[in-house]
Each structure stands twice: as C-alpha cells, then as structure tokens.
Design a protein around this ligand. Sequence first.
Ligand SMILES: [Zn+2]
Length: 329
Amino acid sequence: MLSHRLPLSRSALERHAELRADPTLLEHLLKDPNTLVTVLRGDRVPVVRRRQSPGEVQDGGDGEPRLALLPPEEATRVLRRTDPQSSPIAAFLGRDADRRDHVLLAVPAAATDGGQPPQDTDLPVWTGLREVATGLDDLEIGLAVAATALAQWHASEGWCPACGGRSKIEQSGWTRRCTACGRDRYPRTDPAVIMTVLDERDRLLMGRQGSWAPGRYSLLAGFTEPGECLEDTVRREVHEEAGVRVGRVEYCASQPWPFPRSLMIGFRAWATSTEIRVDGEELHHADWWSRETLGADLRSGRLVLPPRLSIANALIGEWFGEPLPTAVR
Ligand SMILES: [Zn+2]
C-alpha cells in the first residue's frame, strides 16, 4: 500500500481516542516522569541531532534529526526559558509500541513572534516539519504531524463561531467547548485531491504555475468544494486547469499535509481528451510526458519534480515504475 510508504503517512503512534474522555488524564500524565512531551512553538517542531557512534561521525558529527521528546518537568523548564509569558495548550497524542504516553504542549505562533528563543546547547532547535520530516522515524513522524495539525487548529479556534463566546479545551485536547452556549467544535482537515492523469498512450499530464522555479512541474491538484465528491473534484480540477476531460478515476493513497490542515488524497485518472488549454491563472503551462521523455528531462535537468516529501513525487514515481532519475551534471 503506497500510503504507508509516504513520508508523512507512516505513523507508528496509537492514538487511543477512548482515553480522551477522562477529564484528569492530562493532569495525571503531566505529573508522570515516564510521559514524553512534544513541545511545539507555533508550527515549529523541536529537533535534536541523533547521536552517532564514533565510527559513523561525519560532517562535523551532526547525525540525522530526531524529534525532541522530553519528560514533563524538562518540557516545562524549556517552555519557561523560551516563552515565559505563554500558557501552552495541552493534548493527549497517544501511546507508542513501548506503552509510553505522549502529550503535546504547544505555544501559539503569536506568543513566539517576539523572536528566537535563547539558543542554549541543551535546548532543542525549533524547525519546520518539512525540513526534517524524511529523517524522522515512524513514531516521531506520527507525533510531529498530529501535533502540528492539532496545535494549528487550536490556534485558530479560540472563539465560538455560533455566539462569539470563548471556547475551552475538552476531551484531552481534541474538542473545544464554548463557555457561553456549550457548542462543541472538533479538529478539522481540508480534503484536497492530487492525481496522475494518463492518456490512452499512458502518458502523464503535469503542469506548472507561473511563480514556480524554472523547469518545475507537478501533478494537478485542488481542494474539494462543498457538496462535491472526490471523483468529481478530480474531473473538475483537471478540466478547469488544463481543459482536459477525465473519465475513470481510482483512489491510490493519501497523506496528511498539516500546512496548515490539508489531507492530500491521491488518485489515478484516465483522460478522455488530450488537447490542453491551461487556465492561465492556476496553471501557466501543462504537457504530456511519456516515461522516456520524463526520464530524459530529469537526467538533463530540464525538468524538476516536487520534493520527496510530497505525495506528488510518490505518485509520479509509482507511474514511472522505477526510481526517478536525478540530473546528471
Ligand atoms: Zn457559543
């Protein structure tokens, strides 16, 4: 299954949603020295470098990034150092294979705008999830993706959309309840489709936006509109952006994309027309690639594909059928 090989989909975290209703869960876990805390600042995840054995030391000794998971007392100490004025939100993230409980403490982005935290050597470095994701292991990625998505939802949901009242956290961080009217709000994710569109000669459709770096192309993609099924989103987006008609649509794989709250849902789709007419707004150019032309364009450096972190890269690779070639300089 392609989903479990996608960089942001390979979570090894068990969420244990059945434990969230216990109103004392977070208080109890934050007093337990065996709990591991993920401390987020805005959308930045805490990273330390993986220690290497002496034989492996290279490039000054920096190993792969590792998500910094701290005991509650140390997490609180770190937050007092970095964001002394803030009151972090807490959430129960789940349990790992060794039955250790994981908790999120997140400081909203607004509280971190005052500048960089002190860069003592014993503090983690806060960095964007995209920069480190492919180096994190399956537990770390499950924690980092859930933490990033949940923290950003909380940051945007302080007030009730029904009555304007203040909302407070319930269900161990997975619900916000309005203190005035009692209405509950749940974390949301926005579905977006992305598709390998193939013609009758098995050629692949890709397009580029005007703002992208020269040579950069990707699969067509777009958000699902209210009242629309995913298959129709695929057909609508391909026709709107490239003027190509699509018939059969098959699901492939999905990957969370918490920047800030998308779920990328990958499809394979078969075109019933081949003439391209780009909309000039979302797409400035689009074309069809055979496997031969795609391989040649990648080797020559004329074509640049989306990064390995993206589901687009995985879907293109799956169609290509072998590892994607890199540019020969
Ligand atoms: Zn309300």
